[in-house]
Write a protein that binds this ligand. Structure first.
Ligand SMILES: [Ca+2]
Ligand SMILES: [Ca+2]
Ligand SMILES: [Ca+2]
Length: 129
């Protein structure tokens, strides 16, 4: 667990200049803790370059790319997909339960009206490979 969390932190690169809520880098899927990509809210976000079967060992980053200590499990409220392929968010760990699929380039600022729902996503499947 500790090793996985550390690796996730190290894997997040990039300049701390641009606001994460405004952009999601090419090749990545970005999750946000509040609706509308955290607009008007505290910036809690995280990006992914591959599958993650359990979000309970991932923590939200703040606007300065620093860890917040807050678990991402059952907390995602919006998503941007820049992975270059389709992405599915799942209700439970291990890619099970209710799920919603997002095409490459998708921006969904309101997960409450998707099957996966608001504050329910627990795993993430990127279909590139
Ligand atoms: Ca994880
Ligand atoms: Ca939606
Ligand atoms: Ca869940």
């Amino acid at each position: 667990m500790a090793l996985a969390a550390a690796a996730a932190l190290v894997a997040v690169p990039g300049p701390a200049s641009a606001s994460p809520r405004a952009t999601c880098a090419a090749g990545r899927v970005c999750l946000y803790a509040s609706f509308d990509f955290n607009r008007g809210e505290e910036d809690r976000w995280h990006d992914f370059i591959g599958d993650d079967s359990d979000l309970s060992d991932n923590i939200w980053l703040d606007g300065d790319f620093a860890g917040t200590g807050q678990s991402m499990d059952d907390e995602a409220s919006s998503v941007r997909n820049r992975a270059g392929c389709t992405v599915t968010l799942w209700q439970y760990p291990g890619y099970t339960g209710a799920h919603s699929t997002f095409a490459d380039g998708a921006n969904d600022g309101f997960l409450a009206n998707n099957s996966v729902g608001n504050n329910r996503a627990s795993s993430l499947d990127i279909w590139c490979a």
